[in-house]
Write a protein that binds this ligand. Structure first.
Ligand code: SF4
Length: 374
């Protein structure tokens, strides 16, 4: 029987470019079609990334106190969100924080600082941290996220050993003025281009759930495709109390899945990260999302807590995926799984069996005086 999304995946695998019409079909697909959409997107994901999951770890080098007014951000000017506020971490503390994530399996550390953009002194400060981090962990990838870059700053970061630069487009160009008045969409595009020109791997993504239309989403994702982003973090709005988007709850888990699928179809071989807000918006569909996205942040976000890092790792293993860079992933590379799109090493990387904790005896509901569990 003809399956539109499977056929679309076949065409993407043959090198077709996703059209607006097809993008809209993904976003407008029904809940009944969700598994077809996911299965088709999963073919693309498996072809390009096998069963590996890239684990990234965030270190917030400077929190809050930003002069910009991005409406979605808890660190914005005038934010009343009760977040941690601090100025630059000491280099040794930044390196120690990063090392924790690396020990847990992160192959990329994202070093982030709030603010419109760095001064040259800030760039030197981050460069020093990166040099120290790379001395201790030469294999780790470092992504810097410091805001809008001025001429020459991307090159200095590159020279210090930074591998990638993150600057999200966040939404469509036509919607940008609704979410920020202190800088423009073009400033963001320009910074990604500066980073790219300096040889840094461009990382740029979106935030979903700010009231954007399907057309806005498609515009944003196609802009990222045009920009050549090497990794695309898809964030789901976390509407912090004390920010203008407080109380904005517009997302359903299935809709979040469709956005991830849209990105996968539009940019099949690009790293796709299920980023901030995945726990609260994908909810019980998080494991399903691993079949579309091939990357996540481990543990906590910049100003909010994520689920336990160990729960992230268990979710990866329980669903038959392996952490990129782990011994399990290396074993599979030897068997050709990267090229075949599936691993034949059955049983070598299974999740642990359940740990043997005894069932908890029911002492509530029927047969007791206590309320049932419902
Ligand atoms: S520039 Fe960055 S830190 Fe500042 S308000 Fe915007 S998103 Fe938040």
């Amino acid at each position: 029987m003809f399956n539109y999304f499977d056929d679309l995946a076949t065409r993407q695998l043959s090198g077709a470019t996703l059209t607006r019409h097809e993008a809209l079909a993904i976003l407008e697909s029904t809940d009944e079609q969700l598994l077809e959409v996911v299965a088709a997107a999963a073919r693309l994901r498996r072809t390009h990334f096998s069963n590996t999951v890239k684990v990234n770890y965030l270190v917030n080098l400077k929190s809050g106190l930003c002069p910009e007014d991005c409406t979605y951000c808890s660190q914005r000017l005038g934010s009343a969100a009760q977040i941690l506020k601090y100025t630059w971490l000491k280099p040794e503390d930044a390196v120690a924080q990063a090392a924790t994530g690396i020990r847990a399996g992160a192959s990329r550390v994202c070093m982030v600082a709030s603010g419109k953009g760095p001064t040259d002194r800030d760039v030197d400060r981050v460069a020093g941290m990166v040099t120290e981090l790379k001395d201790q962990h030469p294999d780790v990838e470092v992504c810097a996220c410091l805001g809008i870059l001025k001429e020459g700053q991307a090159g200095r970061l590159k020279a210090a050993g930074v591998d990638a630069y993150n600057h999200n487009l966040n939404t469509s160009e036509s919607m940008y003025a609704e979410i920020c008045s202190t800088h423009e969409f073009s400033d963001r595009v320009q910074t990604v281009e500066h980073a790219k020109a300096a040889g840094l791997s461009p990382c740029s993504g979106i935030i979903v759930g700010m009231g954007e239309s399907h057309e806005d989403l498609i515009d944003a994702v196609f802009a990222l495709r045009e920009l050549g982003s090497d990794s695309i973090p898809v964030n789901f709005l976390m509407p912090f109390d004390g920010t203008p988007l407080e109380g904005t709850w517009l997302l359903r888990p299935a809709a979040c899945m469709r956005v991830l699928a849209l990105v996968r179809f539009a940019c099949p071989s690009t790293e796709l990260r299920m980023a901030g807000g995945r726990e609260m918006h994908l909810r019980t569909l998080q494991p399903l999302a691993l079949h579309v996205a091939n990357s996540l942040f481990l543990g906590d976000y910049l100003t909010s807590e994520g689920q336990a890092g160990q729960a992230d790792l268990a979710m990866i293993a329980d669903n038959g995926f392996v952490v990129l860079g782990s011994p399990e992933a290396a074993t599979q590379q030897g068997c050709g799984s990267q090229s075949s799109g599936g691993c034949g090493c059955h049983g070598t990387h299974d999740a642990e069996t359940s740990s043997g904790a005894n069932p908890t005896i029911r002492r509530r509901g029927a047969g007791t005086q206590l309320a049932p569990n419902a």
